[in-house]
Design a protein around this ligand. Structure first.
Ligand code: ZN
Ligand code: ZN
Length: 247
């Protein structure tokens, strides 16, 4: 599995695309979250309209799904024919069609490829194109889910937004990579992760590598404390836009 960080920013960061991951396996692409700024970054990596097979949406804040209308528009423009599978923890169809209607009125009828929706429940395993998807709720200001993707003996975990619940901590156990949001430096928001809480999660999960994303603009400016924490902990680091990892 090849993982590309299309973006590592939070909603308002003017210097980074919204946090989004692109997973490549067997020449298939799987996109994890698609915020305002993500389609442009995605199409910088993908010029084959059929290659994207699934889109995971962690939750329905704009920096995680408001890019979907543009994604669908561009795939249409490129002549896509095959189905696109959208996977989420809450029902996505009404929200996606409403966003598309606002962005491009009456465009839905012109889409020449099927958009299919799968709502996953905690505890379930969904297998699609050789990947196993599992989720767990996080604590965020709206329903939000962390995702574990497994292929053979390799797996990784993506937090989406929010603090880890006990179920999320269980889900990340044994993963080869954890990608986690760390909005603040210290633990001071009930609905977001922090660098401090990620340090403790990494220790508990015994995961060999943790990449941090979705830091607030203020947190990124705390250069001194950030550098100190990250230089001491080799297994935890700040992911960068465009970075690629092989799992
Ligand atoms: Zn959010
Ligand atoms: Zn967000």
């Amino acid at each position: 599995m090849k993982l590309t960080f299309l973006g590592t920013g939070e909603a308002c960061d003017p210097t980074r695309p919204n946090t989004s991951l692109l997973l490549e396996t067997d020449s298939d692409f799987h996109l994890l979250d698609c915020g305002f700024t993500v389609p442009h970054a995605f199409f910088g990596h993908c010029l084959d309209p059929e290659q994207l097979k699934t889109l995971w949406i962690s939750h329905f804040h704009g920096d995680h799904f408001f890019g979907v209308p543009l994604l669908l528009l561009r795939l249409w423009e490129m002549g896509r024919k095959g189905p696109l599978q959208i996977i989420s923890g809450v029902a996505a169809d009404e929200k996606i069609w409403a966003a598309l209607e606002l962005a491009y009125p009456n465009f839905r009828e012109r889409l020449q490829f099927p958009v299919c929706f799968t709502q996953l429940k905690p505890g379930e395993k969904f297998r699609y194109r050789h990947l196993d998807y599992m989720l767990a709720a996080t604590v965020h200001s709206q329903p939000s889910f962390a995702l574990k993707i497994e292929k053979g003996n390799k797996s990784f975990y993506y937090s989406g937004d929010g603090r880890a619940t006990t179920e999320a901590e269980e889900l990340m156990q044994g993963c080869d990579l954890i990608v986690h949001e760390a909005f603040t430096l210290e633990d001071r928001m009930e609905t977001h992760g922090s660098i401090a809480s990620c340090l403790s999660l990494q220790k508990k999960s015994r995961c060999p590598k943790m990449a941090l994303v979705h830091l607030s603009r203020q947190t990124r400016q705390e250069q001194g404390p950030l550098a100190k924490i990250l230089s001491e902990k080799q297994r935890i680091y700040l992911a960068d836009d465009g970075e690629q990892l092989i799992l």
